[in-house]
Design a protein around this ligand. Structure first.
Ligand SMILES: *Cc1c(COP(=O)(O)O)cnc(C)c1O
Length: 385
């Protein structure tokens, strides 16, 4: 645990107690024998992968899931010993790296098994076989492909089939029809699998949406991503609210300059904003290099518990807000999160940018330090600079 200093007044606050709360909420909804993989790909959706992974494991997650072998290695290097699954494709030439570090990998190509570079002295490589039941991204689609792949794995003494899995494309939508079609295709592939493969494997199908909405369809594991961070996967699921969630992520800054500007003066590059009358203008030290992109011009931020609009173009490192009154330098600015009775949610920022909430924390760059808070105490600060 390190408390490293940072020298700028902009930071992300990650509330680890919210992550623990969200995992406990899901546990209560799932059958007691369904376990949780905490999905911590993409630096834990921008929250901070090592800290979230450790928190999730303490809260009862039984394993971790990432997209890249590099992400898995970073967690192993941090001393995490729990099972880790790489859900994306890795190069067959890198298979020995995964085996040496006891990292499970996703496989769906017979050629991959043929070309995998493995050392006979290491422990066998753990494989999760991916079935494409309608996502159309990665995975085998037919029983013929399954047979070919299984016979290759069977012949290879350096590999061990640990699990089979699939991924749903529409589990967060109002209409269940396509989800049910994928479920049906999975059952069809699985009944074939049972006939040709005698050993036990684990099964995992659901993401956040499927695990919260259809807990009785879930098998040995679920892969819990967006909702572990306290966000609903879609507006539909948010309305249904199968479990209560607490957002973990907030984005904070402070006013570094406050001035009274006369009427008809311009603010920022391109002089796109003119003051209508005498206005209080505040400067905030955060910009598009931090992921607060130029499209957010016009979005509101919280100062003194009230909403204030971003005026003029957002610069690389700074932007300006129109204030309703004078505030002292150092006043807190909340871009995502709560101040008194007001709040700006991740969903509101996503709506403003016409995108999904998943994209927002991922877009806040590594230049912004992450401050980890647990039950009100700062437990760690991660400043990659
Ligand atoms: C990202 C991902 C998940 C997690 O999805 P959420 O909607 O964030 O819960 C699960 N499975 C796979 C294969 C993924 O790529």
């Amino acid at each position: 645990m390190s408390i490293e200093a940072f020298y700028r007044d902009s930071w992300v606050e990650v509330d680890l107690s919210s992550i623990e709360y969200n995992i406990n909420q899901l546990k209560q909804r799932l059958r007691p024998d369904t376990k949780i993989f905490a999905v911590v790909k993409a630096n834990a959706y921008g929250h901070g992968d090592e800290q979230v992974a450790e928190c999730a494991l303490r809260a009862g997650a039984k394993g971790l899931a990432v997209s890249l072998l590099d992400e898995a290695l970073k967690l192993r290097d941090a001393g995490i010993e729990a099972p880790i699954l790489v859900m994306g494709w890795i190069r067959p030439g890198d298979a020995h790296v995964a085996a040496e570090r006891d990292i499970s990998v996703t496989v769906f190509q017979a050629d991959w098994v043929k070309n995998a570079r493995l050392s006979p002295s290491a422990k066998p490589l753990k494989i999760h076989m991916k079935w494409d039941t309608g996502m159309g991204r990665i995975g085998i689609r037919t029983t013929d492909e399954m047979d070919e792949l299984l016979s290759m794995i069977h012949k290879n003494k350096l590999m061990e089939l640990e699990a089979v899995f699939t991924h749903f494309a529409t589990a967060d939508e109002e209409d269940y029809a396509y989800y049910e079609e994928q479920q049906k295709r999975f059952d069809h592939l699985f009944s074939h699998f049972k006939r040709v493969w005698s050993r036990n494997v684990e099964i995992h199908t659901g993401n956040s949406a499927a695990s919260m909405r259809f807990p009785d369809h879930m098998k040995h594991f679920v892969r819990f991503g967006i909702s572990m961070y306290g966000l609903y996967p879609s507006g539909v699921v948010k309305k249904e609210r199968p479990i209560d969630l607490k957002p973990a992520f907030s984005l904070q800054s402070r006013l570094i300059h406050v001035k009274k500007v006369p009427a008809n003066e311009s603010i920022s590059y391109g002089a796109t904003y003119q003051t209508e009358s005498e206005e209080w203008i505040g400067t905030v030290p955060l910009g598009y290099a931090d992921g607060w992109i130029r499209k957010l011009q016009g979005m509101e931020v919280l100062v003194g518990g009230k909403r204030h609009p971003i005026v003029g173009r957002i610069c690389m490192d700074q932007f300006m807000v129109r204030l309703d009154q004078e505030y002292p330098v150092g006043t807190m600015v909340t871009l995502i999160g709560k101040q008194e009775h007001q709040s700006i949610s991740m969903d509101e920022v996503a709506d403003y940018l016409e995108t999904i909430n998943y994209e927002i924390p991922c877009m806040i760059s590594y230049r912004v330090p992450r401050m980890f808070v647990d039950h009100g105490n700062i437990v760690e600060i991660d400043n990659p600079l």
